[in-house]
Design a protein around this ligand. Structure first.
Ligand code: F0G
Length: 459
């Protein structure tokens, strides 16, 4: 008999979960105004709201915490991290920041100005926010297949090179901010970007004189997909693949809370000393001195160790397999999910799940509420609520897909938890015809409304 697959780690510390009843959850979600961000974490049984900052650190990371150097300037932890970043990414210069969006804020203070055009494969919300805040325009040039959840494309995270070239051609050089490639592509469903696509972006950037930024939050998961799906990479190591990915960019921003498996932290990697120097001034203003930039020394130590653990192929295999296991179980119940499965999350198509609920009643949010009621599972709406209103017309923007994201934290839950989640999703699918109405807005903030919105249930 072939031995079954099992994880390359064992559990040293456990945290208890609180079970609750459906009637308790009905009360709690009503008190939370049907906004899952408003729930207390003890009211949640399996928390799949995000994979960001929610991972379990290893014994080695915790040991590294104890040897953190908390000196204001020139801490040894800074140099340990600098060495790890150079080794894993190939970037010579770096600035630490407190998380990914802080890295965007510092970098875009130098690279993006009013009226600039910033194309990419699909900017993450905070990236778009930092671009639009500077009165520049973020242009998503996502490949067409990303819009079709059943399209068979191993690299649905790619940028459409034809569309990108059109934008580059039509933009005067002085208005060309930079190109942002997000790996993996979170907005398109945690879908990977191929090496060939990154190479193509580099060629176009060289031709049109643009700077290429890699938003690297899930770069290791992306490298794993290149290794397992792209011709010519199966024998290469994850770190060699990652270094090649970064070799096609000029700068990287990193939310370390994802693939570097720490609870807080970020950084910017630079090849060009002059750009690094210019950004350093903003880092000192917004984040902290350039050798700690918003991170404690102990956190830089844990991050340096996490960069190695997060690029370990055996770890990545167990990580991607667990997400796929969840996806397979959910899909086999007949539930419409984005395929191939993403690296960090399973995306459920709420538009197809609850086709009788109009987009104006927020079907994806209603579905997320139902998953909570059914099993205490917290997920995230990626649909009309998150898409927010058009800044000019104030009408709701309706994205092509109404999605619910089940994001899996790293090294936190067991496969039994995944089976539990799949069973709960399956139960909701079986009773979907009885979910006849969606939700209505009671109160909303003028921007980024989904975080604080208050809703009521329609019957
Ligand atoms: N870039 C990507 C691709 C992200 O997914 C995120 C965060 C950021 C940048 C910002 O990083 O949170 O450290 O400031 N994504 C989280 C998520 C919040 O749930 O997908 P941050």
């Amino acid at each position: 008999m072939n031995l079954p697959y099992c994880e390359p780690h064992k559990i040293k510390t456990v945290e208890s979960l609180k079970r609750s009843t459906v009637s308790e959850r009905r009360e709690w979600i009503r008190e939370a105004s049907y906004n899952l961000f408003n729930l207390r974490s003890e009211q949640v049984f399996v928390d799949l709201l995000t994979d960001s900052g929610t991972g379990a650190m290893s014994d080695r990371q915790w040991a590294a915490i104890m040897t953190g150097d908390e000196s204001y300037a020139g801490a040894s932890s800074y140099y340990t991290l600098k060495e790890a970043i150079r080794d894993i990414t190939g970037f010579e210069y770096f600035l630490p920041t407190h998380q990914g969006r802080a890295a965007e804020n510092v970098l875009f203070s130098v690279l993006v100005k009013e009226g600039d055009i910033v194309p990419g494969n699909a900017h993450f919300d905070t990236t778009k926010g930092h671009i639009e805040f500077r009165k520049a325009v973020a242009v998503d040039c996502t490949v067409e297949t990303a819009r079709d959840i059943f399209a068979d494309d191993p690299f649905k995270g790619n940028v459409d090179l034809g569309r990108l070239e059109k934008v580059l051609k039509e933009t005067p050089r002085e208005k060309l901010g930079c190109i942002v490639m997000t790996v993996t592509n979170n907005t398109a469903g945690g879908q990977p970007v191929s090496m060939a696509n990154l190479r193509g972006v580099r060629e176009l950037a060289d031709r049109y004189g643009a700077t290429v930024i890699i938003d690297s939050a899930r770069f290791a998961e992306n490298a794993y997909f290149i290794k397992t799906r792209e011709e010519g990479y199966s024998e290469k190591s994850i770190r060699d693949i990652a270094r090649e990915m970064f070799s096609y960019s000029d700068v990287m921003t990193m939310s370390s809370k994802k693939d570097a498996i720490v609870n807080i932290g970020g950084f910017i990697g630079f090849r060009d000393k002059e750009l690094f120097r210019r950004a350093s001034t903003y880092n000192i203003m917004f984040e902290g001195f350039i050798t700690y930039g918003g991170m404690a020394g102990r956190d830089m130590n844990a991050l340096a160790t996490g960069l190695y653990e997060g690029t370990d192929c055996e770890y990545l295999e167990s990580r991607i397999r667990q997400v796929a296991r969840l996806g397979e179980k959910i899909a086999s119940a007949g539930v419409p999910v984005q395929q191939p499965f993403g690296g960090h999350a399973i995306f459920i198509d709420a538009g197809r799940f609850l086709p009788h609920i109009p987009a104006g009643e927020f079907p994806a949010q209603r579905l997320a509420v139902e998953f909570y009621l059914e099993g205490g599972i917290r997920s995230a709406e990626i649909g009309t609520l998150m898409a927010d209103r058009d800044p000019v017309t104030r009408e709701n923007r309706h994205p092509e897909l109404e999605l619910v994201r089940l994001a899996v934290p790293r090294r936190v839950y067991t496969d039994n938890h995944m089976d539990y989640v799949a069973a709960a999703v399956g139960n909701v699918f079986e009773r979907r015809d009885r979910i006849t109405r969606g939700l209505a807005i009671k109160w909303e903030a003028p921007i980024m409304r989904h975080f604080t919105i208050e809703l009521e249930l329609l019957h």
